[in-house]
Design a protein around this ligand. Structure first.
Ligand SMILES: Cc1cc2nc3c(=O)[nH]c(=O)nc-3n(C[C@H](O)[C@H](O)[C@H](O)COP(=O)(O)O)c2cc1C
Length: 362
C-alpha cells in the first residue's frame, strides 16, 4: 500500500515563511525548534526539515533577518528527540567534501541513523556571493560541482581509503571514519526545479521536491524511470485552521491584506538578478497577488476536518510521497493538526489505498 510521510518545515528564518504584517513576528530560536521537534515527535510525525538560508529580504517584516544554521542545529534536535527523522540543508560551497563526509557521519551517529540532507546550490547567487565562497563561473556548473561533491562523499562513506581526481575536488588516500550508521546511506533530498536540478535528484536523491508547476509529477516520473528505487516526490503546504471554514479563510485573507510588498519585491529582485532558467517559475509564483510568503507552500484552510478532506483529495490525486507543513503558529497549529486532522486524514486515505505511519494518531 502506498505510504505517505508527514513532516514539519521548520521555521529557521525570522517570521517562519510568512511575508505579512498580520503574521506573528518572531526570531528563530533553538528553544522554539526543540519545542516543535518534540511536539512533532510526540504526535507521531515522520520528519523535520530545516532549510539553509544566509540572508534576509528586509521590508516591514524584516523577512528572514535571522536564519539559524540547520547543520549545526541537527545534532541538538537529534539529542532532544529519539524517533523522528531530521533533514538539514547543506550547500556544497560551504564545506570541502572530506570534511562534510565526517561531519555528516557524526551527526548520523548522534541521531542513531535518523539524519538526512537536502543538497542545494544556493537559493539565489546573491545569498552565497555575500559569503565570499563562490568560485569563478559557478552559475554555469553549480550542479556539476554538487554532483562531484556528493559523489566523492559517497565514496568516502563506503570505502576504507579514497583517491579521487575530479574537476573541483581531489583527495589522495583519504580516510573517513566513522561511516554513517544509516544503511544503505544517509538519506538525500534535493529541490532543483531546473532540468539540471532534477537530473541531480534523479542521480543522487531519495526525495525530490516538486513545486506547483504544470506536469511536474509527470516530469519526475519520466526522469526517474530507470532508477532501481523510486524517487519520492515531496512538497510543502501551509495549514490554516479555524473553528469554522469561514474563520480559517478569513485568517488567510487577513494575511493577504497585510502582505509585505517590499520584502516580496526584494526577493523577486534577487531572483531576477541571477537570470537562472528556474527563476521565472519562482518569480511568477511570487507575483501572484494571493502569495503571502516564500516556502510556506500552498495554503489549505478550514476546520481540522475540512483540512483533512482537502489533504486527502490532494494526496490521492497528486501521487505525492511526503508533505511537510508550515503553520501560522508552529506549536499550537501543529497540535491541532496531529490530534484533530490526522485521524480523519488516515481514515479518508485508507479508503483510497494510501497509508500513514502507525506512529500518527488513529
Ligand atoms: C522545499 C524547498 C526547500 C529549499 N530549500 C533551500 C535551501 O534551504 N537553500 C537553498 O539555497 N535553496 C533551497 N531551495 C531551492 C532549490 O534547492 C533550488 O535551487 C530551486 O528550486 C531552483 O532550482 P534550480 O537550482 O534547479 O535552478 C529549496 C527549494 C524547495 C522547493
Amino acid at each position: 500500500m502506498r505510504h505517505v510521510e508527514l513532516g514539519v518545515f521548520m521555521p529557521v528564518g525570522s517570521n517562519g515563511f510568512l511575508m505579512s504584517k498580520a503574521a506573528p513576528q518572531y526570531q528563530p530560536s533553538f528553544a522554539l525548534h526543540r519545542e516543535i521537534a518534540q511536539t512533532a515527535e510526540d504526535l507521531g510525525l515522520d520528519y523535520l526539515f530545516s532549510m539553509g538560508k544566509w540572508m534576509g529580504f528586509g521590508g516591514a517584516t524584516d523577512f528572514w533577518k535571522e536564519t539559524i544554521e540547520p547543520i549545526s542545529m541537527a545534532p541538538a534536535l537529534a539529542a532532544a528527540t529519539s524517533r523522528i527523522k531530521i533533514f538539514a540543508t547543506i550547500n556544497p560551497l560551504l564545506y570541502k567534501p572530506a570534511v562534510a563526509a565526517k561531519i555528516l557521519a557524526t551527526i548520523d551517529g548522534i541521531s542513531g541513523g535518523r539524519f538526512g540532507i537536502n543538497i542545494v546550490t544556493g537559493n539565489t547567487l546573491e545569498e552565497v556571493e555575500q559569503l565570499g565562497v563562490v568560485p569563478e563561473g559557478y552559475t554555469d556548473y553549480r550542479y556539476q560541482y554538487a554532483d562531484e561533491w556528493i559523489s566523492l562523499i559517497k565514496l568516502l562513506w563506503s570505502q576504507d581509503r579514497t583517491t579521487f581526481e575530479g574537476r573541483f575536488f581531489q583527495v589522495a588516500n583519504c580516510v573517513s571514519d566513522p561511516k554513517p550508521v544509516q544503511r544503505p546511506a544517509i538519506q538525500i533530498v534535493s529541490a532543483g526545479l531546473s532540468g539540471e536540478g532534477l537530473a541531480f535528484g534523479v542521480k543522487h536523491s531519495d526525495y525530490q521536491f516538486v513545486g506547483g508547476e504544470p506536469n511536474v509529477m509527470q516530469r519526475l516520473r519520466e526522469a526517474s524511470a530507470g532508477r532501481d528505487t523510486p524517487l519520492k516526490a515531496a512538497t510543502n503546504l501551509m495549514l490554516i485552521f479555524g473553528k469554522t471554514d469561514e474563520e480559517a479563510a478569513a485568517k488567510l485573507d487577513t494575511l493577504i491584506a497585510e502582505r509585505d510588498h517590499e520584502a516580496l519585491d526584494n526577493l523577486i529582485a534577487s531572483f531576477e538578478r541571477d537570470n537562472r532558467g528556474s527563476y521565472k517559475v519562482r518569480t511568477d509564483y511570487l507575483r501572484d497577488p494571493r502569495v503571502i510568503g516564500f516556502g510556506n507552500g500552498t495554503p489549505v484552510t478550514g476546520t481540522p476536518k475540512t483540512v483533512a478532506a482537502k489533504l486527502a483529495s490532494m494526496i490521492t490525486t497528486s501521487g505525492l510521497d511526503a508533505i511537510q507543513f508550515t503553520f501560522i503558529d508552529f506549536v499550537e497549529d501543529l497540535k491541532i493538526f496531529g490530534t484533530e486532522s490526522v485521524p480523519e486524514l488516515r481514515r479518508l486515505l485508507l479508503d483510497q489505498g494510501v497509508r500513514l505511519s502507525d506512529t500518527l494518531a488513529k
